[in-house]
Design a protein around this ligand. Structure first.
Ligand code: CA
Ligand code: CA
Length: 370
């Protein structure tokens, strides 16, 4: 009778409300899946009230095993906070990974831009050591003709063909006695025309980047008359002075320095060694002139092409007041890029403030790692 009475109750009440006793967790009786009289008894370990674990459903002896977890209540505030925290942490990790991937792509793309530009400049630069210089081009005051040849190449050819400052272009345009139109190179003639056609004249802020753009697109150096491989490089006029620049992937002009004598890479280490530079002298161009033999035309240096990197800060002093090829002290051009000229410059190095150079991307990065 007792069993029949219990079966009848189970059929009419599939789930009984938990009976709570002090110090105990609720017990629930369920009807068996085949709706035959029977019950699964839920056993919960004794715990403190309000600290019951999820209910464990057990099949009765002799029945097919069933093991279910039933959560008899909603989430607690603590559980929700933990879940939300986990989701936020996961979202943060995913966002950081995505941002990192984007940053890496931009760095690689900018590096590719710089390599393409550098290839054009390097091809042109490599030609100067072997070019012929007429003796009549060397001032009579220079007794050492070898040194005089190197001077002429540095000043009238390299600096004239690959300028990094508008003052040099202006000097060529306005000083026909030293740069006569009938004897300047084709590139120089193109720059003179470019300069004369600019109104108003460009400012000095991004002049290195602007001159680089002019060299590639106007100068026709290294047979780069169409430079198809450079068409994908971003460009614009950052300072709105009418002279465009190549841009990196952070929309900042790609910088250019023709004589980066004190350039440091890694930071703190002079990149260009100069074995014949006297101790304490920062570059060979400031040697007493003419020196015995004279420094070679390119001085072992090569132009620096650099991006400010993700922080958009160059951290490179370009010394816009540095002496140009029109310098009248000693033979003109002797002090090209001389960082000992006033104002004292950390040419190619840290100017002041935070270290902005660490994330810069340059055409010498790979070489510095070797
Ligand atoms: Ca500009
Ligand atoms: Ca930087």
């Amino acid at each position: 009778m007792i069993a029949m009475h219990r079966a009848a109750r189970l059929r009419s009440m599939p789930i009984q409300a938990p009976r709570r006793k002090p110090g105990d967790c609720p017990t629930i009786r369920l009807q068996s899946p085949n709706r035959k009289p029977g019950a699964f008894f839920i056993k919960a370990p004794r715990r403190k009230p309000g600290d019951c674990p999820p209910f464990h459903l057990e099949a009765p002896p002799g029945k097919a095993g069933i093991a279910l977890l039933i959560r008899p209540r909603g989430f607690t505030l603590t559980e929700l906070l933990v879940a939300v925290s986990i989701v936020l942490v996961l979202m943060g990790l995913v966002s950081a990974a995505v941002a990192g991937a984007r940053g890496s792509v931009k760095k690689q793309s900018t590096k590719s831009f710089i390599e393409k530009i550098d290839a054009v400049i390097q091809e042109q630069y490599s030609r100067y050591d072997s070019i012929a210089v007429p003796l009549t081009s060397i001032p009579a005051s220079i007794a050492n003709k070898s040194a005089g040849r190197a001077w002429f190449i540095r000043r009238n050819r390299i600096t004239g063909d690959l300028p990094d400052r508008w003052s040099d272009v202006q000097f060529m345009a306005e000083t026909p006695a030293q740069f006569p139109l009938d004897s300047v190179s084709g590139s120089q003639r193109a720059y003179i025309g470019f300069w004369n056609g600019m109104n108003p004249k460009p400012t000095a802020q991004f002049q290195g980047a602007e001159c680089l753009f002019m060299i590639i697109n106007v100068g026709g150096v290294a047979d780069c008359l169409d430079c198809g491989e450079l068409k994908g490089v971003a460009r614009g006029d950052k300072d709105g002075d009418g002279a465009p620049e190549f841009w990196d992937e952070w929309s900042n002009p790609i910088g250019y320095l023709l004589w980066p004598a004190a350039f440091e890479l890694p930071i703190g280490t002079r990149f260009f060694s100069a074995p014949d530079t006297p101790a304490g002298s920062l570059r060979q161009l400031s040697l007493p002139f003419p020196a015995a033999g004279g420094p070679p035309p390119g001085l072992g240096m090569r132009p620096l092409i650099y991006s400010a990197g993700p922080d958009r800060e160059y951290g490179v002093e370009t010394n816009i007041n540095q002496a140009n090829i029109g310098s009248s002290s000693d033979p003109g051009g002797l002090a090209c890029g001389d960082l000992t000229m006033s104002p004292t410059s950390t040419y190619g190095g840290k100017a002041s403030g935070p270290e902005y150079r660490a994330d810069n991307i340059t055409n010498f990065d790979d070489e510095a790692k070797q």
